[in-house]
Ligand binder design. Structure first.
Ligand SMILES: [Fe+2]
Ligand SMILES: [Fe+2]
Length: 135
């Protein structure tokens, strides 16, 4: 069973970012599946790296649009992004140095962070971008 299920109320009303969030959900669900099936040692490093790279791409796109339109919550939003990237980088470092084992705690952290960020932070730009004609 998927750890996170996309639902319509996840939508941030910006089509490209909904697509990015779905991809992030897929990557987190993929890590979770690998953990459950015990395949994680082979795939963990690769999927963590994919999650890291895609996360940076997505954050970069959100930040670019916020900057372009002068969104006033930009700095606080970017700080959350930077902290999350640092956390994922720490996981990768642990994986590379001590073959970190994916635990349910790490999975829950990733799931909760993404959900909280979409609902608590990303959705704050929905009305703003909507008023700028971004959809
Ligand atoms: Fe964000
Ligand atoms: Fe986002």
């Amino acid at each position: 069973m998927a750890l996170i299920q996309w639902k319509d109320d996840f939508s941030v009303q910006v089509k490209a970012f909904d697509t990015h969030h779905k991809r992030l959900i897929d990557l987190i669900n993929g890590l979770h599946d690998s953990m459950l099936t015990g395949k994680h040692q082979e795939t963990l490093g690769k999927t963590l790296k994919e999650l890291h790279d895609y996360t940076r791409y997505h954050f970069g796109e959100e930040e670019r649009l916020m900057t372009q339109h002068g969104f006033e919550g930009y700095r606080a939003h970017k700080l959350q992004h930077d902290n999350f990237v640092a956390k994922v980088q720490e996981c990768i470092r642990k994986y590379e140095t001590s073959r970190l084992t994916m635990t349910i705690d790490i999975m829950n952290f990733l799931r909760d962070w993404l959900k909280d960020h979409i609902f608590g932070t990303d959705k704050r730009y929905s009305g703003f971008f909507g008023s700028r004609g971004v959809a």
